[in-house]
Design a protein around this ligand. Structure first.
Ligand code: SAM
Length: 335
């Protein structure tokens, strides 16, 4: 994945970039300087220089790398350089990004907790014809990051809203998981409350697409256990530390992943869970929450044996599988 360098000279920026992504300097691609020269020609200006780029007024949603600092786009650098003002989730993180590229721009905080207060000021700046950039700590703004209400307010205010697309952990994990990509559902972070998390997973059990979740490493094992219980043993993948030095894709059925993280403990770094759509695994176990819902429905009206027989007949499942699950649910209800 990484080109090996044979003794070419490193610019200060290249050294800093290599350090930022935890690479040994021996792995910085060769000829960075000449690549930069070409970038400058193509772009008609010096990307990352202090010279300002002329941009139309409006709100720019600027995607930034999710790990590897070299994944910044030339246009992102242009807009970072050309914005009148930048708003960032964490100004320290974005200040580092700007320093890395030799940029200095007015930088303010825009977070969920101050969004309501800051928004009026941003809307006034937009009304004033300013170029306003919104950046999150990593990846695409708004994707489990602040910005949605600002975009809505800017649209409602009749302002120009545009995006500088780039990396996101969602599309990167989806592309690498080896699961169906034609349709997918990004479900963001599940609730940290176990009961609410199970309800959320249950609501997704009939969605006929690949599912993607962001998750904290500390909750990964518990979430995988809930996923396998409620969705059944679907094929899945854990995408960890994407684009970083220790990038890892672990592709296996949910039960195997759940057992792995249960015994290994919380992994280091950031993770995305990708789960294949229903219909890919053993039909006896894939109905998950749909099965539970139907069993519970029948259990409310009749004895376990009858409820299991009716549901098994309706869903075309073996009676013993449904009966075993009905007994479990009945026992849970009794607690
Ligand atoms: N807006 C970002 C994006 O577009 O990727 C996502 C921000 S969200 C607050 C952070 C979550 O994204 C992490 O908890 C993790 O689930 C996922 N994530 C971000 N970077 C990642 C990476 N390099 N590898 C794996 N997951 C990552």
């Amino acid at each position: 994945m990484l080109a090996r360098m044979n003794g070419s000279r490193l610019t200060a920026a290249a050294k800093l970039q290599a350090q930022t992504i935890g690479l040994s300097l021996a792995f910085v691609p060769q000829g960075r300087k000449s690549i930069m020269s070409k970038e400058r020609e193509i772009n008609g200006q010096v990307a990352g220089s202090k010279s300002r780029v002329s941009l139309s007024p409006g709100l720019y949603l600027i995607s930034t790398p999710i790990g590897n600092s070299r994944d910044i786009t030339l246009r992102a650098l242009d807009v970072l350089a050309g914005a009148d003002v930048l708003y960032a989730e964490d100004t320290r993180v974005t200040a580092k990004l700007l320093t890395l590229h030799g940029l200095t721009r007015p930088l303010h905080s825009y977070r969920e907790h101050n969004a309501a207060r800051i928004e009026d000021r941003i809307l006034a700046e937009l009304a004033d014809g300013k170029v306003v950039g919104l950046v999150s700590d990593a990846g695409t703004p708004l994707i489990s990051d602040p910005g949605a209400r600002l975009v809505r307010a800017a649209i409602d205010g009749g302002h120009h809203v545009t995006a500088v697309p780039g990396p996101s952990a969602v599309t990167t994990a989806l592309a690498l998981a080896g699961l169906p990509v034609e349709n997918f559902t990004f479900a963001g972070f599940l609730s940290s409350s176990a009961n609410e998390r199970r309800r959320e997973i249950a609501r997704l059990s009939l969605v006929p697409t690949t599912l993607l979740f962001f998750e904290s490493p500390n909750r990964l094992a518990a979430t995988l256990a809930d996923l396998v219980t409620i969705l059944g043993d679907r094929p899945a993948a854990i995408a960890r530390e994407l684009t970083k030095l220790h990038e890892e894709l672990r592709r296996a059925p949910l039960s195997v992943l759940a057992a792995h993280y249960e015994s290994s403990g919380a992994p280091r770094g950031e993770v995305v869970i990708v789960v294949g759509p229903p219909g890919q695994a053993d039909p006896q176990v894939q109905t998950g929450a749909a099965l539970d819902d139907r069993i519970l429905d029948e259990l409310a009206r009749r004895p376990v044996k009858d409820a299991a027989a009716i549901v098994a007949g309706q869903l075309g499942l073996p009676r013993r599988v449904v009966y075993a699950r009905a007994l479990e649910l009945k026992a849970t209800q009794a607690k």
